[in-house]
Design a protein around this ligand. Sequence first.
Ligand code: ZN
Ligand code: ZN
Length: 278
Amino acid sequence: MSLPTDGHVHTEWSWDTITGSMRGSCERAVELGLPSVAFTEHADLTPWLVPEPVRPLLPDHFRVRLRPDSVLEPPELDVAGYLACIEDCRSRFPELRILSGVELSEPHWHRPRADALLAAYDFDRVLGSVHSLPGGEHHQEVTLVSDRSPGELLRAYLGEVLGLVESTADFAVLAHIDYALRSWPGEGPPFVAAEFEEEFRTVLRALRASGRALEVNTKVPLPGEVLRWWFEVGGEAVAFGSDAHEPGLVGHGFEDAAALVESCGFRPGRTPHDFWRR
Ligand SMILES: [Zn+2]
Ligand SMILES: [Zn+2]
């Protein structure tokens, strides 16, 4: 079975990576035999408070974005520069189909900005994401929240994802429905998917109703139950994304992910570039 498109890759055009490289990612995709790759750079629209204990651990390229009030304000995506780089890579790698894209963070909270960005540029792939939650005076990055139990945090995250999915914000793929699991502590009670079945199903039903695709993000393995529930609620389409922030992670975990998605009832689309379908 040929590997699916990697529909979620970051490069040097995303502010949060210093190891990203569009050219290197194309080389890696060709090496792996991926049919296509989408460069979905961050358009992070929400500033978030960096909690005190985390501040000393911040890498330099995060630290320079800190305001005096310890709020991190992500910079705007340089879309013109990014698109020129896409064109350059398309001419260098004619055997690879290269999709332009953007990962919109909380577009449902920032409709005028999100809508203006999408009106100004014709992206091939638009991902919708939740990375932060309301918390006191400022927003908090989901994986840095420390004053809630992992279960509470996951429920709060899925509640916000529901808000995103139920909104009419313009995006085709819900990114990383399991983002809050990235910070689930290794010690203490393990994550048990069944305990959150209703919350996941509620999001998945709304996603189905919206006609958008579910992403299998391979940064961490997606619990198989979530894909099974996606099939059971009538989910139509599955996208794959490594969320790589460096070339070596493009297509990471795709063989296992493709096998899992297939075992849940989905099949490759008509062309290798399409979403997988039920
Ligand atoms: Zn993301
Ligand atoms: Zn991402």
